[in-house]
Ligand binder design. Structure first.
Ligand code: MG
Length: 310
C-alpha cells in the first residue's frame, strides 16, 4: 500500500527527475542519441555538454518544472487557487532569463498587460495562430494541479488557458491532472474509457493519441519526429504510454527519455504520472539525490503538504 504522502512526493520528484534527465536527449535525432549514449542515457552525469545542454547543471530541471513550481508557489502562498497570482508568477519567471521557455509561452507572457488579463491575452495569441497553436507548454506543468483535493477538472482547464487556449491543450491538462488525482486520492487507475471520455469532452482529435499510447509500442508514437515535436498530444501520448506500459518508474523514465524528441517535457509529464502510480519510494535514490535543486523541491513538497493538510 503506497501512502498518499508518498504518491504526492512521487509526483513532484517524478516531474523534476523526468525533466532533468530528459534534457540530456532533448531535440536529438535517434542517430544522435545512439552516438552520444551508445548504451542509452541512464544518469545525469552522462549528459553531454553541448551548447544546448551546457546551459544547465547536470541534474537540474528546466522550464517545465520551473513553471510547475510557479503554480505550486502560488498555491502555497494563497492557500487556494488564485489564477491571477499564478499568472503573476509566470510573468515574473518570464521576465527573468528563463532558460528553455517555449515559443508560444514566450509570446503570451511577454505581452504588456498579460498579468492583468492573462486569459484574454492567451486567447488572442491562439486566435492569431488561426487556432493552430497547441504546444505542450500547458501540460508540462499541470501535474501539481492533480494534487488539489477537489475541482481538479476546472482548475486544470483554467490554469492551462492562462497561456494555452487550444482545446487540445486543455484536454491534455485535464487528463493528466485527473489521472494523478485519482491515483493520489483514491488509489484508482482511471480506465481507457474514462480517459477517452475526458478527451472527447474537449476535442475529438485527442482520441487518436490515447489509442496509440494504449495499443502500441513506444516507437509508434514517433516522439522524435521533428515536425510534431512539442505538440501537446505527443506529450500526452508519451505520458499515457508510460502510465499503461512502464513496468517500473525507472523503466518508464528511461524509455521515454531515450525516445528523444521533446524529451524533457515528455519525461516530466510521464514521470509525474509514474510517481503517482508507483510512489516516491519506488524511485531509485540516484535520481532523487542527483537533482541539482533537490533542497528547493523538498521545501515545496513540505509547503504543499501543509496547504493540503496532509
Ligand atoms: Mg524544458
Amino acid at each position: 500500500m503506497i501512502s498518499q504522502t508518498d504518491r504526492i512526493k512521487g509526483v513532484l520528484f517524478g516531474q523534476a527527475i523526468g525533466d532533468a534527465l530528459g534534457v540530456g536527449t532533448e531535440f536529438m535525432t535517434e542517430e544522435e542519441v545512439r552516438r552520444n549514449y551508445p548504451s542509452g542515457l541512464k544518469n545525469y552525469d552522462e549528459i553531454v555538454r553541448d551548447a544546448h545542454r551546457s546551459r544547465w547543471e547536470r541534474g537540474d530541471w528546466t522550464d517545465d518544472t520551473d513553471m510547475m513550481l510557479c503554480i505550486a508557489n502560488a498555491l502555497i502562498a494563497d492557500k487556494c487557487v488564485n489564477l491571477k497570482s499564478i499568472a503573476q508568477n509566470f510573468k515574473a519567471w518570464a521576465a527573468g532569463s528563463p532558460m528553455g521557455i517555449g515559443n508560444h509561452t514566450h509570446k503570451v507572457l511577454l505581452i504588456a498587460d498579460y498579468a492583468e488579463k492573462p486569459v484574454e491575452v492567451s486567447k488572442l495569441v491562439w486566435e492569431l495562430s488561426r487556432h493552430q497553436a497547441a504546444a505542450n507548454g500547458g501540460v508540462m506543468r499541470t501535474s501539481v494541479v492533480g494534487l488539489l483535493p477537489d475541482n481538479v477538472e476546472r482548475n486544470a482547464a483554467d490554469i492551462c488557458r492562462l497561456t494555452h487556449y487550444d482545446p487540445r491543450c486543455v484536454g491534455s491538462c485535464v487528463i493528466v491532472s485527473e489521472i494523478i488525482h485519482s491515483l493520489v486520492y483514491d488509489s484508482v487507475s482511471p480506465s481507457y474509457d474514462q480517459i477517452v471520455e475526458w478527451g472527447n469532452k474537449y476535442d475529438e482529435r485527442i482520441k487518436e493519441f490515447i489509442d496509440l499510447a494504449h495499443d502500441e509500442d513506444i516507437a509508434a508514437l514517433s516522439l522524435n519526429d521533428g515536425t510534431s515535436m512539442g505538440y501537446t498530444l505527443k506529450t500526452l501520448s508519451a505520458a499515457l504510454w508510460a502510465y499503461w506500459h512502464a513496468k517500473t518508474f525507472e523503466d518508464g523514465l528511461l524509455q521515454v527519455v531515450n525516445a528523444s524528441g521533446d524529451a524533457d517535457t515528455n519525461a516530466a509529464v510521464a514521470c509525474a504520472v509514474l510517481g503517482a502510480k508507483f510512489g516516491y519510494i519506488a524511485i531509485p535514490s540516484v535520481y532523487k539525490n542527483g537533482l541539482h535543486r533537490k533542497l528547493q523541491l523538498e521545501v515545496i513538497v513540505e509547503g504543499l503538504l501543509q496547504f493540503l493538510n496532509i
